[in-house]
Write a protein that binds this ligand. Sequence first.
Ligand code: SPV
Ligand code: MG
Length: 468
Amino acid sequence: MNARDPLYVPQSRSAQLRRMLTGGTLEFLMEAHNGLSARIVREAGFKGIWASGLAISAQYGVRDNNEASWTQVVDTLEFMADASDLPILLDGDTGYGNFNNVRRLVRKLEQRGIAGVCIEDKQFPKTNSFIGGERQPLAEIDEFCGKIKAGKNSQTDEHFSIVARVEALIAGWGMDEALRRAEAYREAGADAILIHSKLSRPDEILTFAREWAGRGPLVIVPTKYYSTPTDVFRHAGISTVIWANHLIRAAAASMQVVAKEIHDRETLVDVEDRIAPVDEIFRLQDADEYAAAERLYLSASQTPGAAIVLAASRGAGLEAVTAERPKVMLPIAGKPLLRWLVDAFKKQGINDITVVGGYRVDAIDTAGIKLVVNERHAQTGELASLACAIDALQGDAVISYGDLLFRSYILRDLVESDAAFTVVVDSSQTQAANASVRDFAYCSADDDRDLFGRNATLRRIADFTYKF
Ligand code: SPV
Ligand code: MG
């Protein structure tokens, strides 16, 4: 059932996790260790996240020995819950202390939208089960049952799940002890049992599942017996498989290769195509949502708007100096025209500058601008170029030719104008001397310095057929 289904009722994350654990079909939780990986897990299609203690420690560069404090873990979970709406099952190690720490942990997890916690019957501070697991002391059964009861009694969300993890097989205590513990934990109120094994074959797990005989949901972590076909787990009646550490390992492997290669080759050339583009990182961070929210919530006076510079055509008359570069790149008083424009826009707080290039677009300096290209610049005009920059026309925008130089107050006045459309035109009182100029503007008032600060309405712009 999905959100488009008319019978769909949105469920809380804790209810979703509970349903995964108890639903009767094999489900999967994928490891994540920060906001970005949580987002990636959701986009991959998983229904839930395993917030792995090993992976969260590793991304901080510390060991899986409770070196990261529990509040640091909870802060990490907050980023994960924000970045992904999936239910998260925290690998809560031993509960970070005694029954009282478990109570407090459960309350804090509920407050941060975490769907459940898995606690294991070892002693604080724990060590990863795959590092000398057989030497690790187990908790007393009664003491661990007390933690489970304390956790269940302190939850306020009825769907919050507590998964009890049995380490008896890891510690070499045998199948009977594992079954005895699992039964005790079930009776203490655990919503599911995680039975862990470090063998490379699934035999222990399958024996356990058979003996357990469906007394409650079983969760497994097939890190060591990964070659077992998943259908074997399905047929054994397993509730949930945890892929426990595969994103932190993927990230480590990829970072090692890329860091080494950039170090050794002193160039980005070979790696650029093999890593996520910067735009993909922006997408994963939901940068578009921010831009949309800015339009909604930032007042117009705070939104400096955008600028579009039309610089696609070669234009007539300057062929001698535009063989190698477009007009915008011609140097005027020491810097290219485009730089004069960009500097003027930036002084007005306009940093979203789109330049529409065409002719010799390769020679345009792209620092501080977005460049779009009017491929048909030779056959089309300014309107077609403007259409290429349509994305920049969402809010207030200043549209400028690329070959303009103007004093900064002109742009300031333009930006401050309240009119729906404001046009800046050259003014001249000596029409005869400008007979060759075709872009004359005729306004509601004649050109007059006294007009400063008063509004004039544009009536008509002379076209090229106009004869003075
Ligand atoms: C974890 O992911 O931190 C786990 C699972 O506890 S394992 O490392 O396989 O023990
Ligand atoms: Mg762990």
